[in-house]
Write a protein that binds this ligand. Structure first.
Ligand SMILES: Cc1cc2nc3c(=O)[nH]c(=O)nc-3n(C[C@H](O)[C@H](O)[C@H](O)COP(=O)(O)OP(=O)(O)OC[C@H]3O[C@@H](n4cnc5c(N)ncnc54)[C@H](O)[C@@H]3O)c2cc1C
Length: 387
């Protein structure tokens, strides 16, 4: 039987951030159980690396601003460059209704201290991204301080810094069940490497958090949602510093990463087989035709079919993270449900969960809106929808 002070299930960017922040607060016996053979085999390794503070609810804006502060100090703190490049996020709209939704989100953003996000007219949108076809573009919103990060480098930074502080990471070890505890206790985990007991447990299993919850008898309302990415072969007609450009109407977006263009479009949500990592032909055709119509120079780019990929978002019912002690448990904590924003918010979420575990509440910001009990209480988060 292995024992630890805190056992974290899942060694993706969220689990690694929680491990680091606990270890940095002096918890020496943190144990991370990861069923992948190496770091990054879950969603973290499939993320494209966008970072933004342009959200529509206070808590998400504040999570981004705290994460941004931490990303700017990340290299100093962990020794690894997180690749944070503030190239900006440009949302373009096709009509007044779409613009109004984004403008009402800006009121929330300003209230939280994000003052640089602004409305842009068609001319400014064209200046920010000269490659756009302006037909059907009625302006948009832009924030210069949003940008890009490197998901696997953030994972590496937190994992290596946590390990230096004494945290242990076991790869190729899956949690398969639990011997139930009594009186609100999680009990003992049954894993492929034997039994594991701990003073506290953290479910950081990403898109599999619902499944891991069921193993220990906790309901965690997280479902996997498949998302696909098309990638071009090296293409030099769009600059690396091009802002992330998102069409508010249908969520189509594009960015340049290491000389290739990434094209994304959120198609009809469906729960999928996690092992289905290739992209659908029909989806690819649609995303390429959107790209050609909206960014005409992409007609000269070739899709690298073999390099396109799919991965999973970890959706919660209100598309916000679920953070805190699980209902009905004394020793089980959740760091789940970031709904596709988990890499950008991992720095903040790890710090906040460490505070909740060690001090009983979060200090760095008010995390009440993320409490696991909000769904049962009928108080899910709501606000202007921002993808
Ligand atoms: C196509 C795509 C693009 C994305 N783009 C962005 C982006 O631009 N910006 C952003 O912030 N986010 C983005 N995301 C979302 C981001 O990837 C996730 O929010 C984030 O990686 C979640 O981190 P995690 O640690 O919770 O999950 P994961 O990285 O999936 O880690 C969870 C880990 O738990 C492990 N696990 C599961 N079950 C068990 C078990 N029973 N026992 C042991 N281990 C287990 C898994 O193997 C996995 O490694 C994107 C996602 C996709 C798919």
């Amino acid at each position: 039987m292995q024992t630890a002070g805190v056992v974290i299930i899942g060694g993706g960017v969220i689990g690694a951030s929680v491990a680091y922040h606990l270890a940095a607060r002096g918890v020496r016996d943190v144990l991370v159980l990861e069923r992948g053979a190496r770091p990054g085999e879950g969603s973290t390794g499939r993320a494209t690396g966008g970072f933004r503070a342009q959200f529509g609810t206070r808590v998400n804006v504040r999570l981004s601003l705290l994460s941004r502060e931490k990303l700017l100090r990340f290299e100093e703190e962990t020794g690894v460059d997180p690749g944070f490049r503030q190239a900006g996020y440009l949302f373009v709209v096709g009509n007044e209704g779409e613009l109004q939704e984004l403008v009402s989100a800006q009121a929330v953003q300003r209230e939280c201290g994000l003052s640089e996000a602004r409305v842009v007219g068609v001319e400014e949108a064209a200046r920010l991204n000269p490659a756009l076809n302006l037909e059907g573009v009625a302006g948009g919103v832009y924030s210069p301080s949003d940008g890009f990060i490197r998901p696997l480098e953030i994972l590496r930074g937190y994992t290596s810094a946590a390990a230096r502080l004494g945290a242990r990471f076991l790869y190729g070890v899956a949690v398969e069940g639990a011997r139930a505890g009594v009186g609100g206790k999680t009990g003992t985990l049954l894993t492929t490497a034997g039994e594991v007991s701990a003073g506290a447990f953290v479910n950081a299993a990403g898109a599999w958090a619902g499944e891991v919850g069921r193993l220990v008898g906790a309901e965690v309302p997280v479902t996997p949602l498949r998302r696909q990415v098309a990638i071009t072969r090296p293409f030099d007609q769009l600059p690396e510093a091009m802002p992330m450009t998102i069409y508010a109407g249908d969520g189509f977006h594009l960015r340049v990463r290491e000389g290739r263009v990434l094209l994304l479009w959120p198609d009809v949500p469906r729960v999928a087989d996690p092992f289905e990592t290739g992209v659908d032909e029909g989806w690819l055709k649609t995303v390429v035709s959107k790209a050609h119509a909206r960014v005409p120079c992409l007609r000269g780019a070739e899709i690298d079919r073999a390099a396109c990929w799919a991965g999973l978002y970890e959706m919660s019912p209100d598309r916000h993270a679920i953070l805190g002690r699980a209902e009905g448990f004394e020793d089980l904590y959740l760091a789940d449900g970031s709904s596709g924003h988990g890499v950008m918010h991992a720095p903040a979420l790890g710090q906040l969960l460490a505070e909740i575990i060690l001090d009983g509440r979060a200090h760095a910001l008010d995390a009440h809106a993320l409490r696991p009990s909000r769904f049962a209480e009928g108080e899910p988060n709501a606000g202007p929808s921002l993808l």
